[in-house]
Design a protein around this ligand. Structure first.
Ligand code: ADP
Ligand code: ZN
Length: 602
């Protein structure tokens, strides 16, 4: 462990291990297996990188994303670690050299995609090389239930059969119990020690907005909070991705689309720009994001409702890996609720699958509609208890107003009932408002007692009420009847007046004050600090450009922040900054010191 601690300090420039890192490292160094569940940004990589360096031989890292291996290896090379990757982008000669270094024990870490690793040829190569460990990153890819399922992951069991004496570590940021079980079974990790960290991401501020015109709401949010920051905007469909990216670009932001319908080249190009430039917004379907270890993603915005809390947690988790403040923002509407309900009904073949899909969606809707602390609810879903409300979500910061709306809910339900449960929301709203309409006349619904009894609310308010009735399970959407709404068993008590219905009021449009001025990345910085921070970022960008690497590979924002706070005056003092190891100190220390000095004398 002494050696591990020395590596942590000198090579990585960190003072101490955090979460379960120390125990995990020790387990592997001693030759044991480990299953690691840690949130994004928790520091999973160190858990296998350090043991791979301590143990004789090379650590083999299985990672599903070829496009990102290069950056991971680059980051290690910057630290002076002997790392390489094997994938289809390499020339034959480069492959031959890496294979030779591996056989001769000259590598600490080798990244390989699963399909390549499972090749008989690669396995034979490994037979003849000294191996320190196997790290299986993004281990939830073995799960058929998850959205990142990779069939090759299920064959990784072979590693244990073929190399029984080599310790293995499986890592994931996916928290649910089902996935956990599947990893253990599929990878034969029954003997592995389990390390489960808290899944809380305290630096992420959760906010979920409902109602109309999500795109305008997004724009206000971006202008107010993140006028210059990098972030991800998730949309459900390719078309919406394209439209949103175009719209943001027209408004003057650098926004790039990313979805499975784009050519591989273009996708790679957009991903590169997102990683290498500052302030790029990626507008994407869920196909984007896994394994993206860009630490300074300052916001993740959802323009549609995710299908499950697992997906929501994973996608929002890509914000703020560096531990600095970040936002998880979402806006959803009635159409999302109806569409996802329909998709759940039509999903897959089996009844079980449908039920699971439905339950997951209901849980997600529950999270959207609650009036209490979002973080408490989110963690509770993963079996964790947070004793106090968090103070860093929309509901904590600005408690939503509710009002009793039992009578309105009864009217809405009765309207659906009396029109024969054959109509969708818009029609029902028209009936409630007593609209002059040819269809209503044709069906004779203008003679119903519910016709025109709902004039106390406007159309938008009625749609909000219907959304909440659907979300809470009073109404169900008939997928064969084009979105027709049917009453569920649950309605009885409400209709009899034995149960109250509380309506969540739409939030007032957020104050649009101070357009163009952002909440600073580092809230506690004054103007002078911010100026120095910007100067350091500028230097970082120049250094990164010169080498063609992402800026955060030089130093991440958290390291720059500490430089601003501490203002080191010598290389000795610089060495004490978190994230400044020996190699980086030698390469960049002087340049950053100069900028700090200039700022303080100027
Ligand atoms: P994960 O893979 O779990 O998302 P990473 O391994 O990318 O997380 O680490 C997240 C961030 O935390 C990185 O910037 C990393 O350098 C930093 N980090 C990891 N371990 C430590 C530590 N012990 N002390 C300080 N920073 C750390
Ligand atoms: Zn809260």
């Amino acid at each position: 462990m002494d050696r591990a601690l020395a590596l942590l300090r000198d090579t990585f420039g960190y003072r101490e291990f955090r979460h379960h890192q120390a125990e995990i490292v020790q387990t592997l160094v001693e030759g044991g297996d480990a299953l690691v569940l840690m949130p994004t940004g928790g520091g999973k990589s160190l858990c296998y990188q350090i043991p791979a360096m301590v143990r004789p031989g090379c650590g083999i890292v299985v990672s599903p994303l070829i496009a990102l291996m290069q950056d991971q290896v680059e980051a290690l090379t910057q630290l002076g670690v002997r790392a390489a990757f094997l994938n289809s982008t390499l020339e034959w000669e480069a492959v031959r050299q890496i294979e030779q270094s591996l056989r001769q024990g000259e590598l600490d870490l080798l990244y390989i995609a699963p399909e390549r690793l499972l090749n008989e040829r690669t396995l034979e190569l490994l037979d003849n090389a000294p191996l320190a460990l196997f790290a299986i990153d993004e281990a939830h890819c073995v799960s058929q239930w998850g959205h990142d399922f990779r069939p090759e992951y299920q064959q990784l069991k072979v590693l244990h059969e073929r190399f029984p004496q080599v310790p293995r570590i499986a890592l994931t940021a996916t928290a649910d119990e089902r996935t956990r079980q599947e990893i253990v079974t599929q990878l034969d990790l029954h003997q592995a020690r389990r390390f489960i960290s808290s899944f809380d991401r305290p630096n992420i501020r959760y906010a979920i907005a409902e109602g109309h015109n999500a795109r305008e709401q997004l724009w206000r949010f971006l202008q107010r909070e993140h006028p210059e920051d990098a972030g991800i905007v998730y949309c459900l469909s390719r078309k919406k991705v394209e439209q949103t990216a175009e719209w943001l670009s027209r408004k003057g932001r650098t926004a790039l689309p990313y979805h499975a319908g784009l050519s591989a080249d273009l996708r790679a190009q957009h991903q590169q720009r997102f990683l290498r430039e500052e302030g790029v917004i990626m507008v994407a379907t869920i196909a984007f994001g896994m394994g993206i270890d860009k630490p300074d993603v300052r916001f993740v915005a959802h323009l549609n409702l995710p299908k499950s809390i697992e997906a929501y947690y994973q996608e929002t988790g890509r914000a703020g890996r560096d531990g600095l403040p970040a936002d998880a923002w979402m806006a959803y509407g009635l159409q999302d609720v109806i569409l996802l309900r329909q998709m759940a009904e039509e999903s897959g073949a089996g009844e079980t699958h449908k039920r699971v899909t439905r339950q997951k969606l209901d849980a997600m809707l529950g999270l959207c509609e609650i009036t209490g602390c979002r973080r408490q609810a989110l963690l509770a879903y993963f079996g964790e208890t947070l004793a106090e409300p968090c103070g860093n979500c929309d509901n904590c910061l600005q408690p939503p107003e509710t009002r009793e709306a039992t009578e309105a809910a009864q009217k809405a339900l009765s309207c659906a009932w009396r029109t024969g449960q054959r109509f969708g929301v818009n029609y029902l709203v028209d009936v409630l408002l007593g609209k002059e309409d040819e269809r209503i006349r044709r069906f004779g619904h203008h003679q119903l007692p519910t016709y025109g009894i709902g004039r106390e609310l406007n159309a938008t308010e009625w749609r909000g009420l219907f959304r909440q009735l659907i979300a809470r399970g009073y109404l169900e959407v008939d997928h064969e009847g084009h979105g027709a709404l049917r009453l569920t068993e649950q309605c009885r008590a409400l209709l009899r007046g034995e149960e109250k219905f509380e309506l969540r009021r739409p939030r007032k449009p957020e104050r649009s004050g101070r357009p163009g001025r952002s909440r600073p990345v580092i809230p506690e910085f004054d103007e002078q600090d911010s100026a120095l921070f910007e100067a350091l970022r500028k230097l970082r960008l120049e250094l990164a450009r010169a080498q063609g690497v992402p800026p955060y590979i030089i130093f991440n924002d958290a390291t720059l922040k500490e430089m601003v706070v501490v203002q080191p005056r010598s290389l000795e003092e610089m060495r004490e900054i978190t994230g400044v190891g020996e190699q980086k100190l030698a390469r960049y220390g002087r340049a950053f010191l100069d900028v700090i000095e200039e700022a303080s004398s100027g």
